[in-house]
Ligand binder design. Structure first.
Ligand SMILES: Cc1ncc(COP(=O)(O)O)c(C=O)c1O
Length: 453
């Protein structure tokens, strides 16, 4: 592809293509990607980059897997699509649902498929409300979510998302969504003397349930490790307490494992780290490693029983055209086979430890305030203007954005949230690529905000 072609494509892109989070200021010099192999992607100019975020946290098995292309091609040639509405089914969807139930938490028994994360969370919220109505508790409708959470941007998912920038130009939000603080060790406010952040954040959940009235709360939703909101890893005592509180007050616990699912954290699913099971798990992204769109919810035996037992006129009138799409399900099955064959949860744990250790080494830089990780290949590096006060840089300085540019120049692409650099590379990344990634982050931070601690 010539440079001229690339320039023409950029012009057409800027004129005719609306991107997620669209703004021309962020799209003045877009990279156009044309190829990928393993943990590396190539742009239209032929420049190669380590993919620091596995696409959008999803390309777990890496780029360029012909096996997945074959699975799609074979299924498309056999039966590309047919309705998955009640009364009709297909073989890959049945096989995938069965496999997911085997892999997921023991108490989860039945799957509904969607096309992505937001649709999965929408489905989870509606199913939680459905469940309580089926149980004769129609007042239980509110959803408690957390600040810094990202759950997608459809109406309800946006309302659960705990980042006001996603609401501002689209309000009003869907009523019935309330927020509490996440267990964000670096910035949590309001822990009592002697109380850890995990305990304090769990206490906030219980206080919120009591303040709202347990008889009005349907569910609590949480990412086991917050992803897009800054890779926030909870203290170990948080989720066991959350589980107890939810059970005590009859509040369903929805785990949004859209990022953390499918080996990302060194386990198939992340709550395993803390020995906790949710009532509903939502998933998407790495279920197909992004090769085709697919997501879903997996619900507990109790919820499935409620769905099966309502009167016919009260049935679960929820649906998507592409639910249980045979081709997407066939690709997911092939993707899960790769994960198992290559034991990618182990690789994620091992390479994740290397990445985290590498990033901890950056704490000798004056403006690296916090390094988060240690649970598989998922890490965050938070930059700060002042290490002592944890004061952020003025947003106008766009420090995170500038560091990201410097990383791109040196051959690493990823995303940021403000001044937090986010990392979740493909699980097939090599040791040498991990080391190079860390080196590039060091150089990029030093180029923008130099200084030693
Ligand atoms: C934790 C989490 N939940 C939900 C979503 C929404 O997924 P989608 O963009 O497929 O709607 C995302 C997307 O990044 C996510 O990170």
């Amino acid at each position: 592809m010539t440079t001229l072609n690339a320039a023409e494509l950029v012009k057409d892109d800027q004129a005719h293509l609306i991107h997620s989070l669209h703004h021309p200021l962020d799209h003045a010099e877009p990279l156009i990607y044309v190829e990928g192999k393993g943990a590396v992607v190539k742009d239209i100019q032929g420049k190669e980059y380590i993919d620091g975020l596995a696409g959008l946290w999803n390309v777990a098995v890496g780029h360029g897997r012909e096996e997945l292309a074959r699975a799609a091609s074979e299924q498309m040639k056999t039966l590309a699509y047919f309705s998955g509405y009640v009364g009709s089914s297909n073989v890959p969807a049945i096989r995938l649902a069965t496999r997911l139930v085997e892999l997921a938490y023991k108490n989860l028994t039945a799957v509904f498929f969607t096309c992505g994360g937001a649709e999965s969370n929408e489905s989870a919220f509606k199913t939680a409300r459905f469940y309580w109505k089926a149980k004769g508790k129609p007042e239980k409708g509110k959803i408690i979510a957390r600040e810094n959470a990202y759950h997608g941007v459809t109406g309800q998912a946006m309302s659960a998302t705990g980042m006001p920038l996603y609401w501002k130009m689209f309000e009003p939000r869907v009523p019935g969504f309330v927020h509490i603080q996440a267990p964000y060790p670096y910035r949590f406010q309001g822990a009592r003397p002697g109380e850890g952040v995990g305990q304090a954040a769990a206490r906030e959940l219980e206080e919120k349930i009591l303040a709202e009235g347990p008889e009005t709360v349907a569910a609590f939703i949480a990412e086991p490790i917050i992803g897009g909101g800054g890779v926030i890893v909870p203290p170990d005592d948080y989720f066991p307490r959350v589980r107890e509180i939810c059970t005590r007050h009859q509040v369903l616990f929805i785990a949004d494992e859209v990022i953390t699912g499918f080996c990302r954290t060194g386990q198939w699913f992340a709550l395993t780290h803390w020995g906790v099971e949710p009532d509903i798990m939502t998933f998407a992204k790495a279920v197909t490693s992004g090769y085709l769109p697919l997501g879903g919810i997996i619900v507990s035996a109790e919820i499935k029983a409620a769905m099966d037992s309502v009167r016919y006129e009260d049935r679960w009138m929820h649906a998507y055209t592409y639910s249980a799409n045979p081709t997407c399900c066939a690709v997911a099955l092939a993707n899960l086979e790769i994960m198992e064959r290559e034991r990618l949860w182990e690789r994620s744990a091992r390479l994740g430890a290397r990445l985290y250790e590498g990033f901890l080494g950056l704490l000798d830089l004056a403006h690296v305030g916090d390094v988060r990780g240690g649970r598989g290949l998922l890490a965050g590096v938070e930059l700060t203007a002042d290490r002592a006060t944890k004061a952020p840089f003025p947003p106008g300085e766009k420090v995170g954005e500038r560091v990201k540019r410097e990383m791109e120049k040196r051959g690493v692409v990823t995303r940021i949230r403000g001044d937090v650099l986010l990392f979740a590379p493909p699980l097939v990344i090599t040791e040498a690529q991990v080391d190079r990634l860390v080196e590039v982050v060091r150089e990029a931070v030093q180029a923008v905000v130099p200084g030693k601690a």
